[in-house]
Design a protein around this ligand. Structure first.
Ligand SMILES: Cc1ncc(COP(=O)(O)O)c(C=O)c1O
Length: 385
């Protein structure tokens, strides 16, 4: 049995510390820690949610999610990922975090091994730990989440059951290109492991980079479970609607877990998600171009802090600078919060090899971005002298 101190912290828990510091110092903390785009959700989502409540979308939906929404998601996945699923191969869950939980719980038994490409989103380690899985292996990627083929291949064993990919990646903003994915998918077919492909930030790609799903590659479809969400690309974190698509037998198992835990996602929230899928392309374009502008602002701002090293990330809405001096990123995060009133996520929660890094989420208002950048500059300047 685990104790809560064994489980890696989730970045969402940093909010409690921020509240304490804001109360103590009577100052607004700049929140680079939250993995939540601040952009407003589509107008239609607001109207549709209210309308759906009044129209009677107030009872349990089918446990796999509203049939109409799964039909909408089938088209959406064809358009955005070039993969074709039947609606029985799609399940809607309360957020993609719960989709991930159900994938781990459906596939793994004690003794199985999970491989995480490092740096990884901390829940990918926490969830199998909560399920009592002991063999969780971290495979370090090269900078910006580039797969190191030799390291990856050496990490695969007979016990490897699941490999977790997250492209675009939280926390680095790196993207797996087609050749990375092809290498992994071919090994999956040869060795018989599954791939959990977290694609929640699929639209956030810049500088000509493109998002590919491993499910779209030959050999990939049968071995991949995609998880995705309305949280990040549609900025609807509070609706708690995510989904997964994959082989029917796995999706059916996930459905059993859903039936015995949360029953189904919120029905009127699902109706709003269905309505926005009817017309989403312009909205997504606007959000992504705003994110790109902010990425450029943050990249420019960080250039003036010589202690920090970073490369412009090609995707997501994070940057993961490395501090040349600091030994421990947790100490750095605590100091930044207490002294500079800036909240960041320390690198240590994203796995081995990131002890000198910290994560900045730059999808925040411009004025906060500027103020936070200035506080960081002053902090590092005074800490270096
Ligand atoms: C990579 C990644 N996957 C999944 C999630 C969870 O999103 P959801 O709101 O859909 O549960 C997050 C949220 O931070 C994330 O960063």
């Amino acid at each position: 049995m685990w104790s809560e101190n064994d489980i890696p912290i989730s970045p969402v828990s940093i909010s409690d510390m921020v509240r304490l510091v804001e109360k103590r110092d009577k100052v607004k903390v700049i929140r680079f820690d939250v993995a939540e785009p601040y952009f407003p959700p589509p107008e239609k989502a607001l109207e549709s949610t209210c309308k759906a409540v009044l129209e009677g979308y107030n009872r349990y939906s089918p446990t796999k999610g509203l049939v109409e929404l799964r039909e909408g998601l089938k088209n959406f996945l064809e358009e955005t990922r070039s993969v074709s699923y039947s609606i029985d191969e799609i399940i809607v869950t309360p957020g993609s975090k719960f989709s991930s939980y159900c994938v781990f719980a459906s596939l793994l038994k004690p003794g199985d091994e999970v491989l995480l490409l490092t740096p990884f989103w901390s829940s990918f380690k926490a969830i199998p730990m909560l399920l009592g899985i002991k063999r969780i292996k971290e495979v370090l990627t090269d900078p910006l989440y580039k797969v190191n083929e030799e390291r990856f291949q050496n990490a695969i064993t007979k016990r490897t059951k699941l490999v977790v990919l997250n492209t675009p990646n939280n926390p680095t903003g790196g993207i797996l290109d087609k050749s990375d994915l092809k290498f992994i998918v071919d090994l999956a077919a040869e060795k018989g492991f599954y791939i959990l492909s977290d694609e929640v930030d699929w639209a956030y790609t810049y500088d000509g980079h493109v998002h590919y799903s491993p499910a779209a590659l030959s050999n990939g479809f049968e071995r991949t479970i995609i998880t995705d969400s309305f949280s990040k690309v549609f900025c609807m974190t509070g609706w708690r609607v995510g989904f997964a698509a994959g082989p029917r037998n796995i999706i059916d198992k996930m459905n059993v877990i859903q039936q015995h835990t949360v029953t189904a996602p919120v029905t009127f929230a699902q109706k709003a998600c269905l309505d926005i899928l009817l017309e989403y392309k312009e909205y997504v374009k606007t959000v992504v171009s705003s994110a790109l502008r902010k990425r450029n602002m943050v990249v420019e701002g960080l250039k003036s802090i010589t202690r920090l090293e970073s490369t412009p990330p090609p995707g997501a809405f994070y940057i993961f600078p490395r501090d040349r001096f600091m030994v421990n990123s947790e100490t750095l995060a605590v100091e930044l919060l207490n002294k500079a009133h800036v909240a960041v996520a320390p690198g240590t929660i994203f796995g081995e090899g990131s002890e000198h890094n910290f994560r900045i989420c730059y999808a925040i208002p411009d004025e906060d971005l500027k103020e936070g950048g200035e506080r960081l500059r002053v902090f590092f300047e005074s800490a270096s002298t």
